[in-house]
Structure formats: structure tokens, C-alpha cells
Design a protein around this ligand. Structure first.
Ligand SMILES: [Mg+2]
Length: 311
């Protein structure tokens, strides 16, 4: 096992929970077995992940010295190790999973992004709870006026209070909504939106607490799972199985991993959640590719293995 540290420039700074990231740091794991090579991307996200670059680095060093077991690795390190092992035994050809356009910014900007799309999509993802509720209700109607059959995935990132969320749910045509991710800070308020308005829900932040266990909740149609935060691919598979048996869709989602990690996530989505469209639209934030050009055709400078720092 070889370990490399990487630092990728970001197109624009990323902001999470008080952290501003100007670059993306991570660790690449390289496994070799005969002529097979497996790469893994360990990229805990500051302000978001519960593990850190330093914790992962120290744990991977201990693993390389045979002093620890993979089960004790922090999630991002375990995800990298499992992906590298998986790649050793996997066919490398990737058919890219479909994508859903993500609209961000003010309602005017989101509408302009929609109008700029080359082909009218059947579904879009909106980031809401960032402007007044009235402006966001107007955005929904403006989109539906352009395309009446459009389906909406809405992500509020827990940004609405009960009154705002309730007003929103009561004001929009619910059959256009595939689901709303985490409308309220309090999960009970979110569940009440289904009970009172039949607003379909998805969980994202709620799945990111360490030791998250699947629980059947009325109104929850989908779980958004970030494999980098979960760690073990076996545990990821268990959560997917539990949700699927319950009729709940699982949407795999990225956390600004490098092209190496993101490519694994695309393989995972094809293998584990083939009926679902994953949320992997984070590559454009990164200013370079590692090891090999990304399969999405985004043109970036390439950082080769010999240019990486051995850890
Ligand atoms: Mg979300």
C-alpha cells in the first residue's frame, strides 16, 4: 500500500458551517496486486465530516504498519481503502450515471440557469430556503410555467422554520415535487410537513450523524447517503438494503472528493443504486484531476503520481 497526499485548487472557495476552504486536501491510497492497481480517495471534508485529514493520515500509517484493523479506520479512510480493494477486482469500464441539473443562487439566477440548459430536463434539483418563501414559491411556478411536467428535487438544508416550510408546502403543486430534503432544522417539524401537507421528504443531514441507523419514518421517500461519511462499503450496502426493502429510494451523493473518489462513487451508484440518479455534481469545483483525466470530459490540468507527495 502506498499513500500520497494531495492538494487541489478550488475554482471558488467552499463555505461550510463557519469553515472557508480555499483548497481541497486528501490522501490517495494505491494498492497493487500483480498487474492490478486499485486507487482510493480519502477526502474528509472540513466543517462537514466528523473525521479529519490528520486522523485519517495517522490511522492509515498505523494500518500500513499492521498496528490496526480496517474496522477501526475513520470513515473517509475506510471508504478509500474499500474502494481501492474493490477496484482491484472490478472491471474498470464506467458508463456514467445520468445527471440531474442542479440550480443554485437566487431565484433569478436559478431561473436563468434553467433557461440556459441545452435540453429541457425532466427533473431538476433546487437549493431553496435561501430567499423569501414568496420568491421561492414564485420560482417553482415560473419553472412549471416553462415546463409543466417538470419534477423537482428540492434541498432546503434545514433552512426553513415550521411556518415558512408549512406555507411553502401548502402553496405549491405537490405532484411536481419528487421530495424535499431536510426542510426544517427539527426533524419532527419536517415529519409534520408530511403529516399535515403530504409533502414528500428525503433525509440527508439526518443520515450524517455517526452511527446512523436506518429507521422507517412516514413521508420519507428517499435517503441521501454520502459514502465518504459512511466509510465501509459493507455498511453502505446494508443501509441501501434496509431502505430498499422499505420502499425508500437511496441517492448516493458526493462531498467534493477528487476525480478518483467521484469515479468510485459513479461505479458504486451503477452497482448499488442503479434505479436512482446520484448527486455527483461536485467535480466542477475542483481545479485539477489526479492520476487520470476525469470521465465526465471536464478539461482540467492533470497531477500525475510522480508529482504527488508520498505520505
Ligand atoms: Mg442535501
Amino acid at each position: 500500500m502506498n499513500l500520497y497526499a494531495y492538494t487541489l485548487p478550488l475554482a471558488t472557495p467552499l463555505r461550510f458551517a463557519g469553515h472557508t476552504l480555499n483548497e481541497r486536501r486528501g490522501i490517495l491510497i494505491k494498492l497493487e496486486q500483480g498487474e492490478h492497481v486499485g486507487w482510493g480517495d480519502c477526502a474528509p471534508l472540513p466543517g462537514f465530516s466528523h473525521d479529519s485529514f490528520e486522523q485519517c493520515r495517522d490511522a492509515l500509517h498505523a494500518l500500513a504498519r499492521g498496528e490496526t484493523h480496517p474496522d477501526t479506520l475513520p470513515p473517509a479512510a475506510r471508504f478509500a481503502l474499500d474502494c481501492a480493494r474493490w477496484q482491484l477486482n472490478r472491471e474498470s469500464r464506467l458508463s456514467l450515471p445520468p445527471a440531474i441539473p442542479l440550480l443554485v443562487g437566487t431565484p433569478e439566477q436559478q431561473l436563468a440557469q434553467f433557461d440556459a440548459l441545452e435540453t429541457p430536463p425532466g427533473e431538476v434539483k433546487l437549493k431553496l430556503a435561501r430567499d423569501t418563501v414568496e420568491n421561492e414559491i414564485a420560482l417553482v411556478y415560473a419553472l412549471l410555467a416553462r415546463q409543466p411536467k417538470l419534477r423537482l428535487r428540492i434541498d432546503a438544508n434545514r433552512g426553513w422554520d415550521w411556518e415558512s416550510a408549512s406555507h411553502f408546502a401548502a402553496s405549491i403543486p405537490l405532484d411536481s415535487v419528487r421530495y424535499v430534503e431536510e426542510p426544517c432544522a427539527d426533524l419532527n417539524d419536517s415529519l409534520r410537513l408530511y403529516a399535515q401537507h403530504r409533502l414528500p421528504l428525503a433525509l440527508d443531514e439526518s443520515t450524517q450523524v455517526p452511527g446512523f441507523q436506518y429507521e422507517s419514518l412516514p413521508g420519507v421517500r428517499a435517503l441521501v447517503l454520502k459514502p465518504t461519511l459512511i466509510g465501509s462499503l459493507e455498511r453502505l450496502q446494508q443501509l441501501i438494503d434496509q431502505a430498499t426493502m422499505d420502499g425508500v429510494e437511496v441517492v448516493l451523493s458526493s462531498a467534493f472528493e477528487s476525480n478518483i473518489g467521484l469515479t468510485h462513487l459513479a461505479h458504486l451508484a451503477n452497482a448499488l443504486t442503479p434505479a436512482s440518479v446520484p448527486g455527483l455534481d461536485t467535480l466542477s469545483a475542483l481545479g485539477a484531476d489526479l492520476i487520470a483525466p476525469n470521465p465526465w470530459g471536464q478539461n482540467k490540468p492533470l497531477i500525475t503520481e510522480s508529482e504527488l507527495t508520498t505520505l
